[in-house]
Design a protein around this ligand. Structure first.
Ligand code: GUN
Ligand code: ZN
Length: 429
């Protein structure tokens, strides 16, 4: 049995501060005891150390937080970050679909998956819900790479029978390939499967029904798609699905709205749609850097909170502009303020950790550094840059956390631990 102990300031936010009280757990001088990758004790160092004599203690100077959980990201789009000039639909046609077509080559997918997971780790992200491409082997490439790194990753073949030439499946191949991939990957490592229709516009009605049937047949899988991101997209959805009450209702009619559904964006949602999301237990991956980059709009945190909609945070690489969940949290603050909502830094940390974990249905395993959870955590360095050091000197915990979100990025991630093992060490790189 491997036992490890880590001493440092420990911070986590297990519950949503928007809906619960006393949600911040903070030990200024804490101890995290890890046995075979699982947290077996957490508390003040002074209390715990004497109960566990003989265990070598590693000092981690900085701030220990749960590993970040990116609730929406596209690994094949890494190579098209910073593609200039377009909103969503033109950006997809001009930049993204050509990039994804290159994943017909398995070796290309393998190289991208390795680089992608490395980029997650150097940014302190230990889990993610990931869009691959329409190609079955794009899932294999990602899952094999994640398995080798023991990372908690959810993904599933993209369904898109109305996609551009060269990037299309069919109703039949969507069903058969998804079934085969679910069978192949179920129960392996820390992986989970997500049925992944790209969005309403790239699937026929028959294929959306296949997605609904897959969800119904496999209650352990997630459903992952895009929702109400861009005005032209919403108009095209309304024009095609004339019977639907709204965009969410399109998905609802095919059985795609439930407690295991994760919708990226949700910028243009009615009160009815928010109420239905809350009632169904589905959640939104808020992706602020993407929403700014593509000119999509600003997420309405006030409306979502009023309805009690479950939220997590996503980078949405490559419409998103940074792998850093710290930076993404900082931009979420600014985007929220554009609609009059003051996003608290502790709530932002919640969204980037336990909130996203709840969306991915892995909240019992990771996201809060609770006893019994897996020891995926990050050591943040509040003095990572001269400016951060100056700004956080003598600062309160809330000020330090907010400064890390506004000024921080991968430079502020000193170490990333997966199951208690160091998987990224900035200072040894
Ligand atoms: N909607 C459909 N596909 C995509 C995509 O790849 N990125 C984003 N941001 N929105 C989408
Ligand atoms: Zn996306």
């Amino acid at each position: 049995m491997s036992v490890r102990a880590f001493r440092g300031a420990i911070l986590s936010v297990p519950h949503d501060p928007a809906h619960a009280r006393q949600t911040v757990r903070h030990e200024p001088d804490g101890l995290l005891l890890v046995e075979d990758g699982i947290i077996v004790a957490r508390g003040p160092y002074a209390d715990l150390a004497e109960r566990h004599p003989g265990v070598a203690v590693e000092a981690l100077p900085g701030l220990i937080v749960p590993g970040f959980i990116d609730a929406h990201v596209h690994y094949p789009q890494m190579d098209r970050i910073a593609a200039h000039g377009e909103q969503l639909l033109d950006w997809l046609d001009r930049h993204i679909f050509p990039a994804e077509t290159a994943f017909a080559d398995r070796a290309h997918a393998d190289r991208a998956a390795a680089l992608f997971l490395g980029e997650l780790l150097r940014n302190g992200t230990t889990s993610a819900l990931v869009f691959p491409t329409v190609h079955d082997h794009s899932v294999d490439a990602l899952f094999e790479a994640a398995l080798a790194r023991d990372m908690r990753i959810a993904s599933g073949k993209v369904l898109m029978d109305l996609g551009p030439q060269g990037l299309c499946d069919t109703v039949k191949t969507a069903r058969e390939a998804s079934e085969a991939l679910i069978r192949k990957w179920r129960g392996r490592g820390r992986l989970s499967y997500a049925v992944t229709p790209r969005f309403a516009l790239t699937s026929s009605d028959a294929q959306l029904q296949v997605a609904g049937n897959l969800i119904a047949a496999h209650p352990d899988v997630l459903m992952h798609t895009h929702l109400a991101e861009n005005e032209r997209e919403c108009a095209a959805v309304a024009a095609r699905f004339t019977d639907a009450i709204d965009y969410l209702d399109v998905y609802d009619r095919f059985g795609l709205v439930g407690p295991r559904s994760v919708f990226a964006h949700g910028i243009h949602l009615s009160d009815r749609a928010c109420a239905r999301m809350a009632e169904s237990g589905s959640g939104i991956a808020v992706c602020p850097t993407s929403n700014l980059f593509l000119g999509s709009g600003f997420f309405d945190f006030t409306r979502a909170a009023a309805h009690g909609v479950k939220l997590g945070l996503g980078t949405d690489i490559g419409a998103g502009t940074s792998f850093s969940m710290l930076h993404t949290a900082g931009v979420a603050y600014q985007a929220a303020l554009m609609r009059g909502y003051r996003l608290d830094p502790f709530r932002a940390l919640y969204l980037a950790t336990a909130g996203s974990a709840a969306l991915l249905h892995i909240g019992d395993r990771v996201g809060a550094l609770e006893v019994g959870q897996e020891a995926d955590f990050v050591l943040l360095d509040p003095a990572a840059t001269p400016l951060l050091a100056r700004r956080t000197a003598g600062a309160t915990l809330a000020e330090t956390l907010f400064a890390l979100q506004i000024l921080g990025d991968d430079r502020a991630v000193a170490r990333t631990y997966i199951m208690g093992q160091c998987a990224w060490n900035r200072d040894a790189a």
